[in-house]
Design a binder for this molecule. Structure first.
Ligand code: ADP
Length: 491
């Protein structure tokens, strides 16, 4: 095996900064790949929101000037080594771009920062200049989502003649195609690239706008997304392709699917440090105790024989909240309890707090980001609802399997790849699956689950089948290394 030098670049990395599953992946994958014998570094912006404790051993290494739209912006490079995995973490600092209270959005207005084009242009160019300044030539740069999309694009254009990067290949991972880094046409001129790259239907142009993501789909040596099903959907179905299905189809033979893994040290009921009672498939009683703790924490009455359904999610259209809105009255007329933890769109904040007001004994809505509570919900709830419109991979259904919290999911993307519908004749399956994006179909799946729940032995079979599934990172990490080698083979 050739030992590879790998840089993994992401705009969010757990535990430093997280808004969704991307951070979990970028937080855990580097260590696992390093464990397979490779030399791994990571790079992310040094946001103000990163707590100082997490950067206690970060050393200031270099100051550089980065050209952003004709203005030189100072970059301060900080380096820190993770003592467990021995991966090195590079932090790209600049007060003007990253010294703000939010990662992508102003938390007061809930709106994206208007200069996100420049912020992530600075980041991408800054990463490449930082590598030169520390004289570390990676074999592969693994970039993730639109915020890092300019890296493969720059390597193939403005950096193409720089011998420093001659042997550097790129893998670009699409965690969510709907977020593309779409900016006005003028944003393209800030990149300092040849005008012809902005010709209609060219690498950066998207209906007269500048599309960062498209440039990576065009230029990266290899592409992947985070499940096989989603890889198919985005090429073949305009509803999922978000206007980029043509480019994706043209890259079809370079586009792969790798399901995300789970960090089972962080997310398993045997080891979970955030829950009061540990449990396992052989010793399930702790799950009931966690339910008691959970209902107390969220002020719902304890009803042992009534299923408690959990939802932990960004409150976004993607996640199926319009179905929940449409089905709400009927859903809450059923004999169940519902706990929802999430933040996001204002309209869903009001929907969920109204539901809680209307059904105080049945519905608890906790409208914030709370990692501890997320763990307790996984441990204490009986079922987990994820009716996504689309789902590139999804992590919560994988956590739910491990916690014996039976998933009710829509058959899309990673949910389709990871949850098997319960079949009452063979008594096999790990959850309840519905196909069409439709409120009635969702309700039918919930009712099917409610009907099986009182049959304790059968329910336990489903719970245990899920708990025994293994989505650990090792398998996925090996697949990533295969893609790294494939990309390197193209240089
Ligand atoms: P996505 O990346 O599309 O948001 P995933 O299911 O892949 O969805 O990952 C979501 C991650 O974010 C999970 O780790 C989940 O527990 C976490 N999460 C989402 N919302 C919250 C919240 N309000 N509080 C705590 N954790 C949350």
């Amino acid at each position: 095996m050739k030992k590879l030098k790998i840089l993994i670049v992401s705009s969010e990395i757990f535990p430093f900064a997280k808004t969704g599953g991307l951070a979990d992946v970028a937080g855990f994958l580097p260590g696992v790949i390093a464990g397979l014998g490779h030399e791994v570094k990571t790079a992310m912006p040094r946001y103000d929101v990163i707590s100082n404790d997490l950067l206690s051993s970060a050393q200031h290494d270099k100051s550089l000037d980065i050209n952003v739209n004709g203005t030189l912006q100072r970059l301060d490079l900080f380096r820190q080594t993770d003592l467990v995995t021995l991966t090195e973490q590079l932090f790209i600092a600049n007060d003007y771009f990253f010294g703000r209270p939010g990662i992508y959005q102003n938390p007061t207005t809930g709106k994206d920062y208007p200069d996100n084009d420049e912020r992530f242009l600075f980041f991408c160019r800054g990463v490449l200049e930082s590598l030169k300044s520390i004289d570390w030539q990676p074999d592969i740069i693994h970039a993730n989502d639109w915020q890092t999309a300019l890296i493969p694009a720059f390597l193939a254009t403005s950096e193409a003649d720089d011998p420093f990067f001659t042997n550097t290949a790129t893998l670009f991972t699409i965690h969510n195609l709907a977020y593309q880094g779409l900016f006005p046409a003028q944003s393209f001129t800030k990149l300092g690239l040849d005008d012809e790259l902005f010709m209609p239907t060219g690498p950066f142009e998207f209906y007269k706008k500048t599309n960062y993501l498209k440039s990576a789909l065009w230029y990266a040596d290899i592409l992947n997304t985070v499940s096989d099903q989603y890889a198919n959907e985005i090429q073949n179905d305009p509803e999922y392709g978000c206007g980029l299905e043509g480019v994706l189809k043209s890259r079809s033979k370079d586009l792969y699917g790798i399901v995300n893994g789970v960090d089972y040290d962080e997310w398993s009921p045997e080891k979970d440090k955030y829950i009061p009672f540990r449990y396992s498939p052989l010793q399930l009683s702790g799950k009931r105790n966690n339910k008691v703790e959970l209902v107390n924490r969220i002020s719902l009455p304890l009803r042992d024989n009534v299923p408690l359904i959990g939802i932990i999610s960004r409150l976004a259209d993607q996640k199926g909240f319009d179905l929940i809105e449409e089905a709400a009255d009927e859903l809450l007329s059923l004999d169940l309890q519902l706990v929802i933890l999430g933040t996001g769109d204002k309209k869903y904040h009001s929907l969920l707090s109204d539901l809680q007001t209307k059904h105080p004994d049945k519905c608890a809505a906790i409208l914030k980001y709370d990692n501890d509570l997320a763990h307790l919900i996984e441990a204490g709830a009986d079922m987990f609802l994820m009716p996504s419109r689309y789902e590139p991979c999804g992590l919560n259904q994988l956590y739910s399997l491990k916690y014996g919290t039976v998933p009710i999911v829509r058959k899309t993307g990673g949910l389709a790849d990871t949850i098997d519908d319960f079949d009452p004749t063979t008594r096999t399956g790990t959850g309840f699956v519905f196909e069409k994006y439709d409120a009635d179909e969702m309700l039918t799946a919930v009712k099917r689950a409610l009907a099986v729940f009182p049959k304790k032995r059968i329910w336990r079979t489903i719970v245990k089948a899920g708990m025994n599934k293994n989505y650990s990172w090792n398998r996925s990490a090996q697949k990533y290394v295969s893609l790294y080698n494939l990309a390197c083979g193209k240089k």
